[in-house]
Design a protein around this ligand. Structure first.
Ligand code: FE2
Ligand code: FE2
Length: 453
């Protein structure tokens, strides 16, 4: 069974029933049929699922751990249910085995009420097979959202594959690109159910192995951005593969040059720049090249092309980078800036890296893609450390949809500069606490990634 579709159908059948009870008498066939369809669907789901539950958390509706998306198909029903759950302050709506038509109709008939009326009627009614949990003042994160095991597994598998791929190329061993295809599809799968967790994992930066972690992080950031602009699964696979392979040309450059990057002679610098061209040659060496991997050829060649025509390798005056290359130009720069390197021992804090990118839109970066990228990461991306007006330090653990500048934080350093395992604060709720400034996590001995793995 397709769980995602099952969830969308549940929402859609419930919506149809609610609409029907507003227009017709309960005994009317339209109502009875709608109720029957809803109950049938629930019974069908109980065939394979232990719980039938819709959860609303931070402006998203989830069904069986999957976030339901607003798509053209089923848009009205999801929007309606989402809005009603929000107004009624419902956190979760659970159906138990045994739900019948009458109970379904009764529930549907009160779903349009104001919250106080709803509460009264729900309390009085005989809802034996419906459980409702309401939002509380200090609401915690639902258990399943904390559980990112599957996402972590995909990430670390992907890291291993990326490492193997590059090391084999370094040693002139044959490499089959099909292994990376599998990990890309796993990552695309993680995108759909745990976007937040995947994004958090890109805070893992590794100094020594910068190329492996960097390549994977760039691939993930590109996937997230690609998903936001509505790319198809196949396009995402091409984009993600290109992300992982973008710097592959570096395997053809002597390690002494790569690791000496803090004091390169102009000649050595020219050698580094050749990694774009070498990338094309390295990709052509791969086995199993297909339509998905072939897209990486042009992207590797163009990933240092700027929006305004500058960058390298030099190009014909009016040649424009392809969309994937424009996406990677942003993700590559962001990840490079926020990673410690030989020539950049203290990396940019994420907020400043975004400022840098924002200031160079139209010159280096496609302005529209920059906007989408910032909407994706927020002004203070996950992993940022922020000094607060309450005189403690918070670590950003996730964004707040709709509030770019008000993320959700975990307090990690208290007022006396002591490391603590503090509470979680949603800045969009706690409006009395404000951000003073972003700070360097190194200053407090904090490794942001350790909170997400
Ligand atoms: Fe590069
Ligand atoms: Fe790169």
């Amino acid at each position: 069974m397709n769980i995602y579709k099952a969830g969308k159908n549940l929402v859609s059948f419930f919506y149809t029933l609610i609409k029907a009870v507003q227009v017709y008498d309960f005994k009317n066939d339209v109502v009875q049929n709608a109720a029957q369809k809803f109950v049938d669907h629930i019974n069908y789901l109980f065939g394979t699922m232990a719980t039938i539950e819709l959860v609303r958390f931070r402006d998203y509706v989830f069904f069986y751990k999957q976030r339901l998306r607003f798509e053209i198909d089923g848009y009205a029903s999801l929007q309606f249910i989402d809005d009603r759950m929000k107004k009624l302050k419902i956190k979760s709506l659970t159906f138990l085995p045994g739900l019948n038509r009458n109970e379904a109709i009764e529930l549907a008939s009160i779903f349009k009420e104001e919250q106080d009326v709803f509460l009264k009627k729900f309390g009085k009614g005989t809802f034996e097979h419906t459980l409702i949990e309401f939002v509380t003042e200090e609401d915690e994160i639902p258990e399943f959202l904390k559980d990112g095991q599957r996402t972590k597994q995909s990430y670390f598998r992907a890291l291993k594959t990326t490492r193997d791929l590059m090391q084999n190329l370094w040693q002139n061993q044959p490499v089959d690109v099909r292994s990376s295809k599998r990990i890309i599809y796993n990552l695309i799968d993680s995108l759909s159910h745990d976007e937040v967790g995947l994004l958090a994992l890109t805070t893992i930066k590794n100094f020594d192995e910068y190329t492996f972690n960097h390549s994977l992080n760039v691939g993930i950031l590109a996937l997230l951005l690609g998903q936001r602009i509505g790319l198809s699964k196949k396009s995402l696979a091409q984009l993600g593969t290109a992300g992982i392979l973008h710097d592959i040309g570096k395997v053809a450059i002597p390690k002494t040059v790569i690791y000496n990057a803090d004091r390169l002679t102009p000649e050595e610098w020219e050698i580094i720049k050749r990694h774009s061209n070498y990338g094309v040659e390295e990709i052509l060496k791969l086995r199993g090249l297909d339509e998905i991997a072939m897209a990486s050829l042009i992207v590797s060649y163009q990933h240092h092309w700027n929006y305004d025509g500058t960058g390298y390798p030099r190009r014909e005056v009016d040649a424009k980078p392809v969309l994937y290359a424009k996406i990677l130009r942003i993700c590559d720069s962001y990840d490079a800036m926020t990673t410690a390197r030989v020539y950049q021992p203290i990396p940019y804090v994420p907020h400043l890296a975004l400022k840098y990118i924002w200031a160079r839109k139209n010159r280096f970066f496609d302005p529209i893609l920059v906007k989408v990228f910032i909407q994706l990461l927020g002004l203070y991306p996950v992993g940022s450390c922020l000094e607060l007006s309450s005189r403690n330090i918070g670590l950003v653990i996730r964004q707040n949809p709709g509030y770019l500048d008000l993320p959700i934080l975990k307090i990690v350093v208290d007022e006396d500069s002591k490391r603590v395992d503090g509470q979680i604060i949603d800045l969009s709720v706690k409006r009395d606490i404000t951000i003073v400034k972003p700070v360097y996590p190194q200053k407090y001995g904090i490794n942001p990634a350790s909170y997400f793995v």
